[in-house]
Write a protein that binds this ligand. Structure first.
Ligand code: URP
Ligand code: ZN
Ligand code: ZN
Length: 471
């Protein structure tokens, strides 16, 4: 007898952004071919009783093998980064092809494809980073790249090697409006940070904890407001990325309340880390470098504000902002191999594998509904970044990117058990309830009972993006 399906997942408690139902899932040629009771046989069958079947996570903000200045190096490439992603329930990643100042955007994209090919374990798209919006970039490269499926790009209001002037931001937003792309904004005021940094360093206050004092909430609030103003002038939606707390949230609520399409993203570090973590006693206080990211983690009040805004729908997406630098590494958190002044610590922390378990734990503690979880981590990023309905849901015709969660299992996060190539996790020792135990990408099982099955590197495919769907 010929099997009807390649794979049947039986008795699945399916949860999407909108629905919950129990059925069998039939998969053929990597695609969900049927949802129903008592489906015919599959070449492989798995019993999902007691587990939740969720669409695979879409991580719409992570950094993998991104070329770095000044002798820095990211610890994760497309192989280790996507391996860690799938072990944490994420089956699609969207990292950044970053233009260098003075360089071509097209060259950055071509280079980034070379870095991904033969390495990625799950499917991936690219955002662009526009660091040098010359006439050629604005009039030729960007429009052509948008047509080819790179429909979202990040711009920076800080970092000397990346930041744009206000005028340049307006020019980039205009191109996005004309060609239907989505701009993601890193909103922090560069001059304020430089001034505060110089003052702190001049006073000899150089430990990692001073990173937070150099980037206070007001600096993020001002830039968030300015970005919103630019979006208003150009009349184009924008997405404010990695929002850290109540000051920036206040600006976003204000804009949304005026009917503007100001979208927002937050990340696990703003729920689970605080300024105190940058004041870690280990390694003479320098171990706080493990939590240095921008904007910086703030305090308990701000964590509460982020949880509340997540529940109330202020945020559209919840991403990792995985920025993988080793701690014990001259090319990582200890540039030059020795503790450094905070201004030289590379910004960013790892989190691609822990993103979903940390938020799922919030669901188990009543912070969010399970539908909100799916919406923030899979459905909305798939829609915003032009991958829906292929990704972001469990429906007939969608890719069979399915994650079976054990909602009861308790796990203590230990770096030794994670699958990234970073030598630490900022969440070491934290217990979470719920873990993704079986993960399928286009119907192929990559994780079974929590064990990584070591599929062929390079099986992950590039996904050209359609136009963003903002709702
Ligand atoms: O500190 C951070 N967030 N590093 C990663 C790069 C970025 O700005 O997202
Ligand atoms: Zn950023
Ligand atoms: Zn980032």
């Amino acid at each position: 007898m010929i099997d009807t399906f390649d794979l049947v997942i039986r008795h699945a408690d399916v949860v999407t952004a909108a629905d919950r139902f129990t059925c069998d899932i039939g998969v053929r040629d990597g695609v969900i071919a049927a949802l129903g009771r008592n489906l015919a046989g599959g070449a492989r069958e798995i019993d999902a009783s007691g587990l939740l079947a969720l669409p695979g996570g879409v991580d719409g903000h992570c950094h993998l093998d991104q070329p770095m200045p000044d002798g820095l190096r990211m610890a994760d490439d497309f192989f280790t980064g996507t391996r860690a992603a799938v072990c944490g329930g994420t089956t699609t990643v969207i990292p950044f092809a970053a233009q260098e100042k003075g360089g071509s955007l097209r060259a950055a994209v071509d280079d980034y494809h070379r870095r991904a090919e033969g390495r990625a374990v799950v499917d991936y798209g690219f955002h662009l980073i526009v660091a040098d919006p010359t006439e050629k970039v604005l009039r030729e490269e960007l429009p052509q790249l948008i047509r080819e499926g790179y429909t979202s790009f990040k711009i920076y209001m800080t970092y000397d090697d990346l930041k744009l002037s206000d005028r340049e931001i307006l020019e980039v937003l205009s191109v996005a409006r004309e060609h239907g792309a989505l701009v993601m904004v890193h909103a922090e005021n560069s001059d304020c940070i430089a001034w505060l940094t110089d003052k702190l360093v001049g006073q000899g206050r150089i430990a990692p904890k001073f990173h937070g004092l150099a980037r206070p909430a007001a600096v993020e609030r001002e830039a968030t407001h300015r970005a919103i103003t630019f979006a208003e002038l150009v009349d184009v939606p924008i997405l404010i990325v990695h929002v850290s707390g109540k000051e920036a949230i206040g600006q976003i609520r204000w804009a949304q309340g005026r009917g503007m399409q100001i979208l927002a993203e937050t990340c696990p570090q703003y729920l689970y880390l605080s300024a105190e973590d940058m004041n870690h006693p280990g390694d003479d206080g320098y171990a706080g470098a493990k939590c240095v990211c921008s904007p910086p983690p703030r305090d308990a009040d701000n964590q509460e504000a982020v949880w509340k805004a997540l529940k109330q729908g202020v945020f559209s997406v919840f991403s990792s902002d995985h920025a993988p630098f080793n701690y014990e590494d001259p090319q990582g958190k200890k540039p030059g191999g020795k503790p450094q002044s905070f201004e030289h610590i590379p910004n960013g922390i790892p989190g691609i594998e822990t993103r979903l378990p940390l938020l799922f734990d919030g669901v188990r503690h009543g912070r969010l509904s399970i539908h909100q979880f799916v919406e923030l981590t899979s459905y909305r990023p798939a829609r915003l970044y032009g991958l829906y309905p292929r990704k972001g849901t469990i429906a007939v015709g969608a890719d069979a990117d399915i994650v079976l969660w054990d909602p009861e299992v308790r796990t203590t996060i230990r770096n030794a058990q994670l699958h990234h190539a970073v030598d630490y996790t900022p969440y070491e020792g934290r217990e979470v309830i719920g873990w993704p135990v079986h993960c399928f990408s286009r119907g192929e099982q990559l994780v079974a009972s929590g064990q990584y099955l070591a599929p062929a590197a390079g099986r992950g495919r590039f996904l050209p993006a359609d136009a963003p769907s903002l709702v």
